[in-house]
Ligand binder design. Structure first.
Ligand SMILES: [Zn+2]
Length: 362
C-alpha cells in the first residue's frame, strides 16, 4: 500500500473518504508509506504538481491553476523569504485546495457540492478550485464578514451563507449541509496533505540544504503541520540531514499554541481586535496534534503584539514585499528575536510569507 489514512488520535484506519472526522472526534491524516526520491520529481512541471508521484491517491484528475513553485528570495546575508502569497488566489492555501479538489474529483465520483466555513483565504481558495472543477461550493461565513476576501469568494461563484452566533455555529452549519461534502480546511485530510509540498519546494530550491530556522504564522495549524510533515518525510527518506528549527509565530491575542508550549494558560480575549485578521483560531481542533509534533521536532514559538506587527508590515513593504498583516507576524517574530538576542545573526533564516497584501485593508 502506498499510503494509509489514520485518525490522528486513536490511530483507527477506517476512513471511508466521505467522513471528515473519526468517531473519536479527531481529524484524519494521510500517512505516506513510500520514501521521497529526488528522481521522481517531474522537473519540467513548474507547479506543486512536480511532486505528483508523492500523492498516490491522485492519478489522473488534476485540478490546477498553476499553483506552487513560488520564489525564494534572499533579502539579507542570512535571511530569505518564501513568497508563498504569489499564488492563483493570493495565499498558500491553494496548495491545500488544489490537492483537495483533485482528490475529490478522482475518488468521490458522486460528489458535486462541497461546504466550508471561512470568510478568508481558505474560503476564497476553495471557491476558486471548485470553480475550476465545476463543483458547487457552499461557503459559510460569520454575519460580520466583509471585505475583499468575501468579494473574491462570491466572484468565483460560490454560494455564500451568513450565520449568526459564534464561530463554532458557523462551522456547525457548514458541517451539516445535506448532500454536500464538508471540506473544512482544518479537518479534511486531502486539504492538509497538500501543504507538505511547501517543505519539498523549500528544500529543492535550496539544493536540499536545510535552513537553520523557519518562521511561519500559525492559526488553525494546517500550515505548521503540513510543513513539518513534509520535512519529516524528507528527513526519513535521507534527502535532508537535519530538521530546521520551526518557530510558530502567533499574535498576543490569539496564541493558544504558544501558551501550550511555554506552559502558561491561554485566556482568549472577549473580542479579537488585531490587524492580523486571518489569525483568529482561538480554539484550534489541531492544537493537540500541533503540540505533539512541535515537541517531537523540538520546535519553538513566539508571540508579537500589535505594534510589532504593524511595524514589521511596514518594513516588509519598504523592502518591496506587500503581504497581509497576518503574514507580517512571522517577520515581526523574527525581528523580535533578533532584538532580544534570541537568534544568532550567524544562523540562516527563512520566513514563509503566506498571504497577499492586495486583499487586506492595511
Ligand atoms: Zn479516532
Amino acid at each position: 500500500m502506498e499510503y494509509t489514512v489514520k485518525c490522528s488520535k486513536c490511530g483507527k484506519e477506517d476512513w471511508d473518504n466521505t467522513s471528515w472526522k473519526c468517531e473519536c472526534g479527531a481529524p484524519y491524516n494521510i500517512i505516506l508509506e513510500e520514501k521521497f526520491y529526488v528522481n521522481r520529481i517531474e522537473r519540467k512541471n513548474y507547479s506543486l504538481w512536480r511532486y505528483k508521484k508523492f500523492y498516490p491517491y491522485i492519478k489522473d484528475s488534476i485540478v490546477t491553476l498553476g499553483e506552487g513553485f513560488t520564489p525564494i528570495i534572499k533579502v539579507e546575508d542570512n535571511l530569505w523569504f518564501k513568497l508563498d502569497f504569489l499564488m492563483p488566489t493570493g495565499s498558500y492555501k491553494d496548495r491545500g485546495s488544489s490537492i483537495l479538489v483533485s482528490g475529490i474529483i478522482e475518488n468521490l465520483k458522486g460528489i458535486n457540492c462541497v461546504s466550508e466555513d471561512s470568510s478568508g483565504n481558505a474560503g476564497a481558495s476553495i471557491a476558486a478550485y471548485c470553480a475550476r472543477a465545476a463543483l458547487k461550493a457552499k461557503i459559510f461565513v460569520p454575519e460580520n464578514a466583509s471585505g475583499p476576501k468575501l468579494f473574491q469568494i462570491k466572484k468565483y461563484g460560490a454560494e455564500v451563507y451568513t450565520v449568526k452566533g459564534k464561530r463554532e455555529d458557523v462551522s456547525a452549519a457548514a458541517q451539516n449541509v445535506k448532500d454536500s461534502l464538508y471540506v473544512g480546511h482544518s479537518w479534511h485530510p486531502y486539504f492538509k496533505d497538500g501543504i507538505r509540498t511547501l517543505a519539498y519546494e523549500i528544500a529543492e530550491q535550496m539544493d536540499w540544504k536545510t535552513f537553520d530556522n523557519i518562521f511561519l504564522p500559525v492559526s488553525a495549524g494546517t500550515l505548521l503541520l503540513g510543513v513539518i510533515a513534509g520535512f519529516i518525510h524528507l528527513l526519513d527518506s535521507g534527502i535532508i540531514d537535519k530538521m530546521p528549527k520551526i518557530i510558530a509565530c502567533q499574535t498576543s491575542q490569539v496564541s493558544p499554541l504558544y501558551h501550550k508550549l511555554k506552559g502558561g494558560k491561554y485566556i482568549k480575549p472577549e473580542k479579537i481586535l488585531s490587524v492580523a485578521d486571518a489569525l483568529i483560531t482561538t480554539n484550534p481542533p489541531l492544537l493537540e496534534e500541533m503540540y505533539n509534533m512541535m515537541k517531537k521536532i523540538d520546535g519553538d514559538a513566539e508571540i508579537v503584539n500589535e505594534n510589532e506587527i504593524i511595524q514589521a508590515h511596514t518594513i516588509l513593504a519598504k523592502k518591496g514585499v506587500y503581504v497581509e498583516p497576518s503574514s507580517a507576524v512571522a517577520y515581526a517574530a523574527y525581528l523580535k528575536r533578533l532584538k532580544e538576542k534570541n537568534l544568532s545573526e550567524k544562523e540562516n533564516v527563512l520566513i514563509i510569507l503566506t498571504g497577499s497584501g492586495l486583499k487586506s485593508a492595511l
